[in-house]
Design a protein around this ligand. Structure first.
Ligand SMILES: [Zn+2]
Length: 568
């Protein structure tokens, strides 16, 4: 045995060496003439990469890498464009992202015609009979009104004409009414003879025909025939979410919670080879039967050629800052006596944390307020003490880690707990967060990215989509400017907490990969790692701050395949 072990590595080395020097087996693909940031400290910059199948086989100058080309090598010339490792979104809700895309957003339409156009567009390419759902329209906000109106509301006729074969239901911005087209009313069995339910009204014209408007409880007549989320809508939602992520340069997405149904769907996509982005999902920590199944079978890592991993659990310690649900040590500055609240009972969080660690699962807990962050760190620490040999490389995470008591900030590094932040939330929320927390707490403990990084903690980044758009560019911009998307205030909020561009890129690449135990296969451009890349229209590492938001994703490459390319 001893001899064998000694010899094998030597043999392996020789074989690899030989195939490289002779180029008997040239690269499948070469991406060249690129401005590459590799996020690999030993070779930070490069101009070209060579790939075999889904893996990087060479990184270097154009000359060095072109040496790997052969007759069958496909060459992609980026014409000097900037390329980084594929971006990793560290916290998003993929099904929510998809369902958000499925529902047509009518909040900003200016006329009934515009509404009809949007619905009509949404129905294109969707099989006949599939429901088209929308939300947010309000006729009082329109600049021009529809020709036919009953009781101040438009009637369904022109909508039904434009979209005859798909049932349509569009919720009013108020939530108290909705507009159905003829197909939807036909499916619901609503006719001239239909009677109003208690507490609701089917709007009818002078001849007694339904106008398409359903008020209050009458909405139920349509809603009850709108298919609940089912396999078909789930499939559509997941497809849309994948396309949406790819458009935003995302090659890997860390999904913040999934149930049996979601995982079954992910596996179906994996088997059919249509995952597109690499998905790493947390299990819903509220679902004991799901957890018990996984405790018995263990984590699932790198399924379908590294397109699906299930190895972590999502828990919730508190609510959100906006609704004063974030759990604070001291009262809210703008609500005396209010401290926010705990969401999942702490004893449940403790139990699942201990069981998760014991069974080889990574635990990720939502914590926004300083009290929630402290309680979660306390539980994590107790679990690490209870199972010391399971805790040597646990990668436990706090999701959001938005507001941390200064005493607890160093504990992230001390306990090796990862801070999974969403920089874009600072950009969106900081203007009013100061009212909730007051100056002292904002300065000392809110969105303290730089302090966390400098204390040695691993910080990873994301958007919490669909809460925010899944735009890595917006979150990158927020990370380095600490400004709102309108560019305010000058110099940024609490500028000492800005990330450098290198740090921000790491939060979206190598560190994010570490947050999922994937730094050996992702997060930097180096030989042996997966060929996942994001290509941009400009150099996001050097353009001035005020031009960062103009950065566009030109190409998204996953496993060596170009899965998104921006059309000019
Ligand atoms: Zn979330």
């Amino acid at each position: 045995m001893y001899m064998l072990k000694l010899i094998l590595p030597g043999l392996f080395f020789v074989i690899v060496f030989c195939s490289c020097t002779e180029h008997a087996d040239p690269a499948d693909k070469i991406i060249t003439n690129a401005n590459i940031y590799t996020v690999n400290e030993t070779q930070p910059r490069a101009q070209a990469v060579a790939l075999r199948a889904d893996t990087i086989m060479a990184v270097g100058s154009v000359e060095e890498v072109m040496a790997f080309s052969g007759e069958t090598t496909e060459v992609i010339d980026l014409g000097g464009k900037t390329m980084t490792p594929g971006l990793i979104e560290s916290h998003a809700h993929i099904m929510g992202m998809g369902y958000n895309q499925l529902n047509v957003d009518l909040m900003y339409v200016q006329s009934y015609d515009e509404l009809i156009n949007m619905v009509s567009e949404a129905s294109e390419g969707v099989p006949e009979g599939t429901w088209i759902l929308g939300r947010g329209w309000h006729q009082d906000k329109w600049e021009t009104q529809s020709e036919r109106r009953v009781k101040g509301f438009p009637t369904h006729h022109s909508l039904s004409e434009a979209v005859p074969d798909h049932p349509v239901y569009l919720s009013h911005a108020s939530g108290h009414a909705g507009l159905a087209n003829a197909k939807a009313m036909e499916i619901a069995g609503v006719t001239k003879g239909s009677e109003n339910p208690d507490g609701g009204e089917i709007f009818k014209d002078v001849s007694g025909n339904p106008t398409g408007i359903f008020n209050e409880t009458a909405q139920g007549l349509i809603r009850r025939v709108v298919p609940a989320q089912n396999e078909e809508t789930d499939t559509k939602a997941l497809e849309l979410a994948i396309a949406y992520a790819l458009e935003n340069g995302i090659t890997s997405l860390q999904n913040a919670g999934a149930d049996f149904k979601d995982i079954k769907l992910f596996k179906k996509f994996g088997e059919e080879g249509k995952m597109g982005i690499r998905l790493w999902t947390m299990l819903s920590g509220r679902n004991d039967s799901l957890l018990n199944v996984y405790y018995a079978s263990g984590p699932e890592i790198g399924l379908y050629d590294n397109f699906l991993t299930v190895r972590s659990i999502k828990l919730y310690a508190d609510g959100a800052l906006g609704s004063r649900g974030a759990w604070l040590l001291e009262e809210y500055t703008d609500a005396p006596g209010v401290h926010g609240h705990n969401v999942m009972p702490m004893e449940d969080i403790r139990r699942v944390t201990f069981d998760g660690l014991e069974n080889g699962f990574q635990v990720c807990t939502h914590a926004i307020g300083d009290r929630a962050n402290r309680e979660v760190l306390d539980i994590y620490e107790a679990a690490f003490e209870a199972f010391p040999d399971k805790a040597t490389d646990h990668r436990f995470r706090v999701e959001h880690a938005q507001h941390i008591d200064p005493e607890d900030i160093p504990r992230f590094s001390e306990l090796d707990v990862i801070a999974s932040v969403q920089a874009i939330h600072m950009s969106s929320d900081r203007p009013w967060a100061i009212f909730r927390l007051g100056e002292r707490r904002i300065v000392n403990g809110a969105y303290v990215w730089r302090t966390l990084i400098e204390s040695g903690a691993v910080v990873i980044n994301g958007t919490d989509a669909p809460v925010e758009p899944v735009s890595a560019i917006a979150s990158f911009y927020a990370s380095v400017t600490r400004q709102t998307l309108k560019g305010t205030p000058e110099g940024g909020y609490e500028p000492a907490q800005k990330m450098s561009r290198e740090q921000a890129l790491k939060t979206y690449t190598l560190w994010a990969a570490y947050g999922a135990f994937e730094e050996d296969i992702k997060g930097s451009i180096e030989v042996g790692k997966l060929a996942d890349f994001t290509v941009y229209n400009q150099d996001l590492m050097t353009v001035p701050d005020d031009q960062l938001l103009d950065t566009q994703i030109d190409m998204t490459i996953v496993g060596g395949e170009v899965l998104f390319e921006r059309s000019e």
